[in-house]
Design a protein around this ligand. Structure first.
Ligand code: AMP
Length: 195
């Protein structure tokens, strides 16, 4: 099963992705986590992307596509599937990602979208800022990341809706309900696709 997770910052992607990937027995690939690990380990790639993450800006596509291709190829070789969380973030990334997936024989079955209204996202992110202390969880950066999502990433919803692979689940329900609804919708897609 191959899934993309498309949701704004603060929608609960990380928690849900962990649960859904366990359910389907597929690796959870989070581009944000991969970048944060590189930054923490002070790798050359980490040093290159550090400023983008701190500002809440998108990392340039060539860098993103490089780590995505490596991680997806590895996941496909091991399990045939993946849950990609945080990619694509732009239409250009979606198009390039699709070409890579075709080459690997591993295009996606479904795109899962969590819908959460902006004031709720802001509230959650500000709360996370006090508990987790992520470098990019300052109020100015949070607002910027929400703007970037709206202008760069939200147009992807129409793109995937047009391809008939989009599933939208309200991310404002209790966490367990979001998980259950997501898994039910993805199971329906899996059956249809025979994956
Ligand atoms: P996330 O954990 O998904 O919120 O990502 C944290 C940060 O990593 C983002 O604010 C970006 O700076 C960077 N990032 C993650 N995924 C991507 C992507 N697909 N394209 C560009 N930048 C990304």
């Amino acid at each position: 099963m191959r899934i993309l997770l498309l949701a704004p910052p603060g929608a609960g992607k990380g928690t849900q992705a962990d649960r859904i990937s366990v359910h389907f027995g597929i690796p959870h690939i989070s581009t944000g986590d991969l970048f944060r690990r590189h930054v923490a380990e002070r790798t050359p790639l980490g040093l290159e992307v550090e400023e983008y993450l701190r500002r809440g800006d998108l990392v340039p596509d060539d860098i993103v596509l490089g780590i995505v291709e490596e991680a997806v190829a590895d996941a496909v070789a091991r399990t045939g599937g993946y849950l990609l969380d945080g990619f694509p973030r732009t239409l250009a990334q979606a198009r390039r990602g699709y070409r890579i997936a075709v080459r690997l024989g591993a295009t996606v079955h479904g795109v899962l979208h969590f819908d959460v209204r902006e004031p709720e996202l802001l509230r959650r992110l500000l709360e996370r800022a006090t508990t987790e202390g992520r470098d990019d969880d300052t109020e100015a950066t949070i607002r910027h990341r929400l703007d970037v999502y709206k202008t760069e990433t939200e147009p992807l919803l129409d793109y995937y809706r047009g391809r008939g692979v989009l599933v939208t689940v309200s991310g404002e329900q209790p966490v367990d309900d979001v998980t259950a609804e997501s898994i039910a919708a993805l199971e329906a897609i899996r059956q249809k696709a025979g994956a």
